[in-house]
Design a protein around this ligand. Structure first.
Ligand code: NHR
Ligand code: GAR
Length: 216
């Protein structure tokens, strides 16, 4: 079975959705470890309680991004994962880190990329007056939040929304599409082709999911 390492910085609800899916058999991967750059990340206790190895690489103890990334790489590689999964991980990663994991590093981002890369996506979506918002799973490339898109889910923006209500609506969809994307990876069905992701043998999934282009 393929194994994954999950990187978090905080609450870890996306991490929980992956751990639960792996536990109930709907996601055929082993969660080898959960790593955090913050010692106080709530998700660390949840992972440990689930019997998963946890490790902290505290970014405040490093002088620069490169040395933090080198320590993070060493910690990750000690578990030999097939896939590295960013789940609410809040540190921008250096080009060297990203290239070390090319094709096996994914992120979930709380907007419909390429709209709203970076931080504070829900408030920015409200400020722009968009009617449709959502989330994106993408392969990570050196260009922040611009890697090939694996799957997206859309939600409506509803009158009276604030950043918190909108974030909660998006988060529900994040918890659906991240296990789905990791499953597709584990099944070997994702192919990178000219900066786009193709999904081999597409099968039924909910209509709110905008799936990658089906491979021939
Ligand atoms: N690294 C690379 N090279 N490429 C990507 O696409 C990445 C990445 C690292 C993280 C997640 C991303 C998101 O989904 C992600 C994608 C953090 C920041 C940020 O500005 C931006 C985007 C993302 C994650 N972080 C600040 C920094 O200086 C710190 C913010 C904080 O600690 O609260 O690193 O949105
Ligand atoms: C999620 O909404 C995730 O998409 C977002 O932070 C939240 C983490 O929640 N990620 C980013 O903003 C990355 N910069 P979680 O810790 O409960 O999974």
């Amino acid at each position: 079975m393929k194994s994954i390492v999950i990187l978090i910085s905080g609450r870890g609800s996306n991490m929980v959705s992956l751990i639960n899916a792996a536990a109930d058999g709907s996601l055929p991967v082993r969660v080898a470890a959960v790593l955090s750059n913050r010692p106080d990340a709530k998700g660390l206790q949840i992972a440990a309680a689930a019997g998963i190895a946890t490790q902290v690489v505290d970014h405040t103890l490093f002088n620069d991004r490169e040395s933090f990334d080198a320590a993070m790489t060493a910690a990750i590689d000690s578990f030999s994962p097939d896939l590295v999964v960013l789940a609410g991980f809040m540190r921008i990663l250096s080009d060297g880190f990203v290239m070390h994991y090319v094709g096996r590093l994914i992120n979930i981002h709380p907007s419909l990329l390429p709209s709203f890369p970076g931080l504070h996506t829900h408030q920015r979506a409200l400020d722009e007056g968009v009617r449709i918002h959502g989330c994106t799973v993408h392969f990570v490339t050196p260009a922040l939040d611009h890697g090939p898109i694996v799957v997206q889910a859309a939600v409506p923006v509803i009158d009276g929304d604030d950043a918190a209500t909108l974030a909660a609506r998006v988060l529900t969809q994040e918890h659906r599409i991240y296990p789905l994307a990791v499953r597709w990876f584990a099944e070997g069905r994702l192919r990178l082709n000219g900066g786009r992701v193709e999904l081999d043998a597409p099968q039924d999934h909910a209509s709110s999911l905008i799936s990658p282009q089906a491979a021939g």
